[in-house]
Design a protein around this ligand. Structure first.
Ligand SMILES: [Zn+2]
Length: 398
């Protein structure tokens, strides 16, 4: 048994509590009690001046991608082998855990097949350090809608794609079942993409295709995440019965109201908009937001006004792994308080994962996924930047 002695403990809805110690037994939090209540026989870890929080979660990651300003997405998919990308992903997972993120929902390997299932297993077996993974495997796109865009290649060029293509109800259902059978915890559908005549975003799947996919996934106990940046893509996703909508930059008030009504959670991926703006020279840190960032900010405000459940998901991979905190800071910058932002990245995310009974809180019986940081993250989220202590599943991360 390991007794942790931080200065403060924070957990969503319970505020900051002082002079408590947390006893970890095996994988779980066994007891939370006033300091001194634990026997000297327990291993003690002093965390003076530190705030202990639940391990952070990012529900939109791509461990098999690295920043696009290093290597363009097309080149990663076309020129980097699955083995090479897996080596990178091992490093990405290590950096993520060291940054205090103990759970990720990894939303698609982007052309690296089912390597996420293998990485999840290796992490769970302790072969390599990393967050608890919830994986989506290959993701599903409408035929011809995704990338690398074939129009950029000679027609007889065999062009690997960043996700599994499917058309029609039979094929999308088959793809869902296939991915689930290979280890997908979540099914990811692309409701829209840049498939218009001039590369503009258009809805891709029909509502019937999406509904069939969602029904098949739910029948197999897998929730569904929908990529949608257009209002129509979001609307179809919501009507089809998906569980989360990703990005949602173009969402109208009516569509966010529909999401609220149907209990569909929103993952804003503000950092994706910011990073792409940065790479394209549309934004300099500290400068005024780009049009893309302003659109994301507008959607975020609409989602909040509509009372949509907002989790924390960054699209990390577009930017560097281990810098997931940027999403929390971007949310706070748009007016979400530190406490609500931290709740989004812990308890709310756990509920979105359907693991609210054992993840996302510092509570007796919960899994011991914990992070301790110097100072007061509720005063300034930047305190989370360099965790002093990280524990996952009761095991301290070195
Ligand atoms: Zn993504």
């Amino acid at each position: 048994m390991i007794a942790l002695h931080p200065a403060r403990v924070w957990s969503a809805g319970e505020g900051v509590r002082e002079s408590l110690s947390v006893l970890v037994d095996g994988r779980r939090i066994a007891k939370i009690a006033p300091r001194g209540a634990f026997s000297a026989a327990d291993e003690s870890i002093e965390l003076p001046g530190c705030t202990l929080l639940p391990g952070l979660m990012d529900l939109h990651s791509h461990l098999f991608l690295h920043p696009y300003n290093e290597t363009a997405w097309d080149d990663q998919v076309l020129k980097e082998s699955e083995a090479y990308r897996t080596v990178r992903a091992v490093n990405h997972a290590r950096a993520t855990l060291a940054a205090g993120f103990t759970s990720l929902r990894d939303l698609g390997t982007e052309g690296a097949g089912y390597a996420d299932v293998a990485l999840k297993r290796a992490i769970a077996e302790g072969l390599t350090p990393g967050p608890r993974l919830f994986v989506a495997t290959r993701a599903i796109v409408a035929t011809g809608s995704y990338g690398p865009a074939r129009r950029n290649f000679r027609p007889d060029c065999c062009c690997p794609q960043g996700a599994e293509e499917a058309s029609g109800i039979d094929e999308v259902v088959r793809a869902v079942r296939h991915q689930a059978s290979h280890g997908a915890d979540w099914i990811k559908l692309y409701a829209d993409y840049r498939a218009g005549p001039d590369g503009e975003t258009v809805p891709t799947f029909s509502i019937d295709e999406m509904r069939a996919a969602a029904d098949a996934a739910h029948g197999l106990g897998r929730p569904v995440a929908a990529h949608a940046t257009s209002d129509e893509g979001m609307r179809r996703s919501a009507l089809a019965g998906v569980d989360t909508i990703e990005h949602g930059y173009g969402g109208t008030e009516a569509t966010f109201a529909l999401m609220q009504l149907k209990g569909i959670a929103y993952l804003p991926t503000l950092m994706a908009a910011q990073s792409i703006s940065l790479y394209r020279g549309e934004y300099v840190p500290g400068g005024s937001p780009s049009a893309r960032m302003a659109e994301a900010a507008r959607a975020f405000a609409r989602a909040r006004a509509a009372g949509v459940v907002i989790g924390c998901g960054s699209d990390v991979g577009v930017f560097a792994h281990g810098e997931n905190l940027g999403e929390l800071q971007a949310m706070a910058k748009l007016g979400m308080g530190a406490e609500e932002t931290l709740a989004a990245a812990t308890a709310v995310n756990a509920a979105i994962l359907r693991r609210a009974d054992e993840l996302g809180r510092v509570r007796e019986g919960f899994l011991a996924d914990l992070v301790a940081v110097d100072g007061d993250p509720l005063g300034d989220l930047a305190a989370l930047a360099k965790p002093r202590f990280v524990m996952k599943n009761g095991i301290r991360v070195d």
